[in-house]
Ligand binder design. Structure first.
Ligand code: NAD
Ligand code: MG
Length: 381
């Protein structure tokens, strides 16, 4: 049984993680929960249902509110970054599920690795910003990073322990989002309401917007490079609108292994929580007859510039991916606040990358402080 700290418990991945635990009571015990602050009611309910020792709300006022509501319990309530770091160090936890959104997850993830917790990683922004640093630290500390992102969980399962030397290509699938087939001109007038309707997945607002721009696939290309140690030119994006094949690996001998399942995040979450065991089914079984036909197409990289931009940032290396991620976080938040248009997201990321490229130093080897220096100007929290 796992003893988990769940960062981002009130979000889409967080609530689904708790649902997997609710349906498989032997799988994990919840030692701590953390959220940003928006849904104190839900946080209170979660504490009463899962009985963690500690609950953290980043926002101080919301944390005080939670503390008052939980007066009749013995739960410790903490706040701020200090609170998040403290639960990542908890002695009696062995896994940290990183289901918070954005690069604000970087410090807690680093703390969890240094405290030798297995990482169930949903928070891809952290790995995109500091992939090289995180992977090196995890190797030094002998900490496993188990992917929760469905594509990366699929690749992890296809590889089944085989190393990058056995891989010819990673076939990273993408649903194509709600605007598959649209032209760049058509995208210009997309509203937040339109962007927030995803055809196959129900997710938080940030990643849903990223799926609509396909910035999400760009982030996932970078995430795949770091998780699986492949070169950027070995990662191919394949649009697969049905979201049944969650990704595939083509091996050096031409054999291709794909992982399939219904599009339900509880599947990769359960995979990470139980790994290497395979427990009981929590989601609907896959009915291939009903899902047929499965189709595959090339992404339209002229419209969805996020993909070539990600490839470029990956090839440049160093802190370019951090700039790609950070500028996207700010642009998405501005788009959702209706301050900029949908296609301005690409423009803002492009500008940030151009500006960074024109600057003085582009260290190939960077420190964590360097990451904060290039990303802090784009922080939204
Ligand atoms: P969400 O917006 O639904 O939830 C985000 C969670 O993070 C909330 O609990 C929020 O309170 C918490 N949070 C925000 N700021 C915080 C802070 N400063 N301190 C502590 N907690 C904070 O997002 P989501 O869709 O669940 O996505 C979470 C992460 O998982 C993202 O990195 C996303 O890219 C990744 N992911 C999500 C899905 C999905 O299906 N939703 C799939 C793959 C990967
Ligand atoms: Mg994904």
């Amino acid at each position: 049984m796992r003893h988990i700290v769940l960062l981002g418990s009130t979000g889409s991945i967080g609530t689904q993680t708790l649902d997997v635990i609710r349906k498989n009571p032997g799988i994990a015990e919840v030692k701590a929960l953390a959220s940003g602050g928006g849904r104190v009611d839900l946080m209170e309910q979660q504490v009463r249902e899962f009985h963690p020792e500690t609950a953290v709300i980043y926002n101080e006022a919301a944390a005080r509110d939670l503390q008052v509501r939980l007066k009749d319990t013995s739960v410790r309530v903490l706040s701020g970054m200090e609170g998040l770091l403290e639960i990542c160090r908890m002695e009696n936890a062995d896994m940290v599920v990183t289901a918070m959104v954005g690069m604000i997850g970087l410090r807690p993830t680093v703390e969890a690795i240094k405290s030798h917790k297995t990482i169930a990683l949903a928070n891809k922004e952290t790995l995109v910003c500091a992939g090289e640093y995180i992977m090196r630290l995890a190797a030094e500390e002998q900490v496993d990073i188990l992917p929760v992102d469905s594509e990366h969980s699929a690749i992890f399962q296809c590889l089944d322990g085989r190393g990058p030397e056995t891989v010819r290509r990673i076939l990273l699938t993408a649903s194509g989002g709600p605007f598959r087939g649209w032209t760049f001109d058509q995208l210009k007038n997309v509203t937040p309401e339109q962007a927030l309707k995803h055809p196959n997945w129900s997710m938080g607002a940030k990643i849903t917007t990223d799926s609509a721009t396909m910035m999400n696939k760009g982030l996932e290309m970078i995430e795949a490079k770091w998780l699986f140690g492949v070169r950027p030119d070995q990662i191919e994006v394949v649009v697969h609108p049905q979201s049944i094949v969650h990704s595939a690996v083509e091996f050096t001998n031409g054999s291709v292994i794909a992982q399939m399942g219904v599009p339900d995040m509880r599947l990769p979450i359960q995979e990470a929580l139980e790994y290497p065991k395979r427990g009981n089914i929590t989601v609907d079984p896959l009915d291939l007859f009903q899902k047929s036909p499965l189709t595959f197409e090339k992404p339209d990289e002229g419209t969805f510039k996020s993909i070539p931009m990600a490839r470029w940032a990956l090839e440049k290396g160093g802190l370019y991916p951090a700039v790609y991620n950070a500028s996207n976080e700010l642009a998405v938040s501005r788009f959702l606040q209706r301050k900029i248009g949908f296609t301005d997201i690409y423009r803002e990321v492009e500008l940030a990358l151009e500006q960074y490229d024109k600057g003085a130093a582009h260290p190939a080897a960077y420190t964590l402080e360097d990451v904060f220096e290039v990303t802090d100007p784009f922080l939204t929290v």
